[in-house]
Design a protein around this ligand. Structure first.
Ligand code: AMP
Ligand code: MG
Length: 375
């Protein structure tokens, strides 16, 4: 448990901190426009995490109505996608198709979440997979009992994971018996995109929504180039800061949810290709045009690791110009290869832009020490 204290502090660092500059710092916006909008901030617990909405709006009544609409959308998506709530549509749909042997009709929100999940499973060559649910559940139990799941039960669960155990068509969902979905690796991203859409529908464009480390960012604050965001490192200081607008940025890692058994540290992130938890301590951040893409790819980044991520991401950039383009795609992966109690060195793998920002911050003393760059 050598790292537990720093890991608790890393939990705070994992929440990408958006530092909003005061409107006093305006450069290009006239006084009239600055007077006409005020900065608002709302917070609530949604999808099991604290969520913060920051935006500029013309009046308190517009702001309050917009925030209420955002919370309502979060609640709606949670009722559809939660793998904790046995009444959620995603669980009920699996049960229904299992019980009847027929396709279960599904809502537009669930269809979208499953279609997006399937797409990212294919694009990441199985590193992101929404069917990891049975494995995730077995390891949640392990965090409680501090022992590996029994091999026999693990093997049974493995047969419920993959692209071939389910499909969708216009009539709905078909899944093999025992298949369950865990869209926890993408649901916050979907909700963040929806939150921004809800705000924009009310004329609120300068906005940032922060679901504990996964952010969706709209237009910059009035008179600013962007929202200042700190990118997570493996300790309690951000790796570097950047000014962002009109992107999603998400962070995955095993900072707080893991279990140590006989000197091995098992993450809450599963490698679906072998149905085993990651044992390399890591934090991965992805910047992408949407929250959905950033969230799914951040989870995949940790699984792919330094050996596979650069090639898989380059392939997605080549093959999916509508999803990712060089101007709005970056990633930073920090991996610690030693086991529990081993050295503090870690390896950095990043897109060229993020690697430079990381190196510059390090040179100026802003970033953490004890780093080896892998490329
Ligand atoms: P995130 O914080 O977005 O990386 O999501 C992590 C959550 O996604 C975990 O707590 C699991 O519920 C689920 N999960 C774990 N491993 C995977 C994976 N390889 N692909 C998709 N979802 C995963
Ligand atoms: Mg994710």
């Amino acid at each position: 448990m050598k790292f537990s204290r720093s890991l608790r502090t890393t939990l705070a660092a994992l929440t990408i901190v958006a530092l909003v500059a005061s409107v006093m710092n305006y450069r290009t916006v006239g006084a009239e426009e600055l007077r006409s909008v005020t900065r608002f901030e709302f917070t609530a617990e949604k999808m099991g995490v604290p969520v913060r909405v920051l935006f500029y709006a013309p009046s308190e009544s517009v702001a309050e109505e917009a925030a209420e609409a955002v919370w309502a959308r979060f609640d709606e998506l949670n009722a559809t996608l939660s793998d904790w709530d046995p009444e959620s549509e995603i669980i009920q749909a699996c049960r229904a198709t299992e019980a009847s042997g027929e396709r279960a009709p599904i809502s537009a929100d669930l269809r979208r979440a499953l279609e997006e999940s399937r797409k990212f499973c294919e694009l990441t060559r199985g590193a992101f997979d929404p069917t990891v649910s049975p494995i995730v559940k077995l390891w949640r139990r392990s965090r409680y009992f501090h022992e590996r799941p029994p091999e026999k039960i693990l093997n049974e669960a493995k047969s419920k994971v993959g692209l071939d155990v389910w499909d969708l068509n216009e009539d709905g969902l078909r899944a093999d018996p025992g298949v369950r979905f865990d869209v926890g690796g993408i649901a916050k991203g979907i909700a963040l995109d929806e939150a921004l859409r809800v705000l924009q529908a009310r004329g609120v464009y300068s906005a940032l929504v922060d679901a504990s480390g996964d952010l969706r960012i709209g237009d910059p604050p009035p008179g600013r180039e962007g929202w200042r965001v700190g990118v997570s490192s493996l300790d309690d200081r951000p790796a570097f800061y950047c000014e962002l607008s009109n992107v999603g940025i998400a962070t995955s890692g095993d900072a707080n949810r893991y279990v140590e058994i006989e000197g091995v540290r098992y993450s809450h992130i599963i490698d679906p290709r072998i149905c085993e938890p990651l044992t390399t301590r890591c934090v991965g951040t992805v910047l992408a045009p949407t929250g959905t893409t950033a969230d799914a790819l951040a989870s995949a980044l940790c699984v792919l690791g330094r050996d596979e991520a650069p090639e898989v991401f380059a392939q997605i950039l080549r093959a999916e110009p509508a999803l990712l383009d060089e101007s709005r795609f970056d990633y930073l992966l920090l991996e610690k290869s030693g086991g529990v109690g081993e050295s503090d060195d870690y390896v950095v793998t990043a897109s060229p832009r993020f690697l430079k920002m990381y190196a510059d911050a390090r040179a100026s003393g802003e970033a953490s020490s004890a780093v080896r760059e892998s490329e």
